[in-house]
Design a protein around this ligand. Structure first.
Ligand SMILES: [Zn+2]
Length: 224
């Protein structure tokens, strides 16, 4: 099964899609991690702000209710409130930045998730096509084996055995056509002396290529 897939265009498409799917999933994991980090940062910014806001509110209350009688202490407190106001503003700016980054990261997660889902769908579709192609090849092989079996059954047993033996040691090709004075198995030209002997051989004699040893099949275009 595995080796039949190997050269199929569907398999190439499948592998390329799977590679993209893996990449996007890695990006998605990274984006989710970033979102989680930003969430923590936002919580920290909130918790940094809380005591500063409280302190400012406490001071403002004391300034307003007249509980600080000493003018110098009062002036210090007013200054502190101004300082706390600036500090709150800075912290809020920082928090806003974190919130914006969190929004962007969440949008990135959504985009990546959409792509990952799309590719997962394509993968399922390509996988189906690929497996269908493999099944078609299997059916073709079975069909050819049946045809081969019925042809082989009509041939002399010794010839079939010879063919199988040669085929096993010649990359699966046991017989080759003699076309234009050339063996189509090894692609070598046959020399003049061999051509003469082939031409003189009776039609039912089994010829062999002198170069590669394959069974040589005479054709209309053999050149002999
Ligand atoms: Zn040959």
């Amino acid at each position: 099964m595995q080796h039949r897939r190997k050269n199929l265009p569907e398999q190439a498409e499948f592998l390329s899609l799977r590679g993209r799917h893996e990449e996007i999933n890695e990006d998605l994991v990274a984006a989710r991690t970033r979102s989680a980090d930003l969430e923590l940062e936002q919580a920290k910014a909130e918790s940094d702000l809380a005591p500063v806001r409280e302190r400012k509110a406490r001071n403002e209350k004391r300034i307003a209710d007249g509980s600080v009688a000493d003018p110098k202490a009062l002036s210090t407190m007013i200054e502190e409130v101004e300082h706390l106001t600036r500090r709150i503003s800075d912290l809020e700016d920082a928090e806003l930045e974190v919130m914006q980054a969190a929004e962007e990261s969440a949008a990135t997660c959504t985009t990546l998730q959409t792509s990952a889902d799309e590719i997962a769908g394509q993968l399922t579709e390509v996988k189906q096509r690929r497996d269908q192609a493999v099944r078609a090849i299997d059916a073709d092989i079975a069909d050819r084996n049946t045809r081969r079996g019925s042809i082989a059954a009509e041939l002399p047993e010794a010839l079939v055995n010879l063919y199988d033996r040669v085929r096993a040691s010649h990359s699966g090709i046991g017989a080759a056509g003699l076309v234009r004075r050339r063996c189509t198995g090894c692609q070598l030209d046959v020399n003049a002396a061999d051509l003469r002997s082939y031409a003189a051989a009776p039609a039912d004699e089994v010829l062999r290529c002198e170069e590669c040893g394959r069974i040589l099949v005479r054709t209309e275009d053999s050149g002999i």
